[in-house]
Design a protein around this ligand. Structure first.
Ligand code: BTN
Length: 232
């Protein structure tokens, strides 16, 4: 796949969506810096000294339910970083952690024309060596000790692993997500469509997080967000 490089963009995901709407059906965007990097749930994403990329995928490239795409991408990025000997784990559903802090976020978005899905944009942001976080992020975010100048090499490895993942069974991917989860067996607080606290038990066949609440209710979270920090 062709990589289109930009020194600065507001957001590679926003640019990729524009390209999809103008008829582009595949490609990879890479920006040195984003001035308005976006995260899930309308949040911003700190975007200096890192790998900021968006991959455009046509609908026929996705062999599983689109809701599983973020999890599958998490497998591809986690494998890549673990192959480089970084002890990465996956925080359901779209974050990667190193030593208890976030190093990577994934934002997948579908681009529609009316009811027709034109394609998907897979946005990946990885903090790399030299990232200087603002005070409010320093406690929860960190960087992979890997030089930013070599980010293109990292991106090629991710693209290779993504290709493998897109030909792999969901069972195998869920197995990997389970083995490398930082969440399972822990108490979590969940937000979004359902809100509350519970014990993260397992992942279901489509990557949903199965949680047991204090009232012994079993819930499967399919969207939303969890936090590992439970306040007493
Ligand atoms: C999250 O942490 O909620 C997801 C963050 C995703 C950030 C990446 S950086 C490249 C791409 N462009 C964006 O604006 N966002 C994604």
């Amino acid at each position: 796949m062709k990589i289109i490089k930009y020194p600065t963009l507001p957001s590679t995901n926003t640019k990729a969506k524009e390209l999809l709407l103008s008829g582009v059906r595949e490609g990879v965007l890479l920006a040195d810096k984003q001035t308005a990097g976006r995260g899930r749930l309308g949040r911003s994403f700190f975007s200096e000294n890192g790998l900021f990329t968006s991959i455009i995928l046509a609908p026929d490239k996705i062999p599983f339910a689109p809701s599983f795409l973020t999890s599958a991408v998490a497998v591809a990025v986690c494998r890549t970083l673990r192959e480089m000997n970084f002890a990465i784990s996956i925080k359901w559903v779209n974050d990667l952690y190193l030593e208890g802090k976030k190093v990577c976020g994934i934002l997948t978005e579908a681009v529609m024309n009316g009811n027709e899905i034109l394609g998907y944009v897979v946005g990946i942001g990885i903090n790399l060596d030299g990232a200087k976080f603002p005070e409010e992020l320093a406690e929860i975010a960190t960087a992979i000790p890997f030089p930013c100048e070599k980010k293109e090499e990292l991106l090629w490895n991710i693209l290779q692993n993504l290709d493998i993942v897109l030909h792999e069974s969901t069972d195998s991917l869920v197995g990997y997500l389970t083995e490398n989860s930082v969440v399972l067996g822990k108490c979590v607080r969940f937000f979004g469509a359902k809100e509350g606290e519970g014990l993260a038990l397992r992942l279901d066949a489509l990557g949903g997080l199965v949680v047991k609440t204090a009232e012994n209710e079993i819930l499967t979270l399919t969207t939303g967000e969890i936090s590992l920090r439970i306040k007493n």
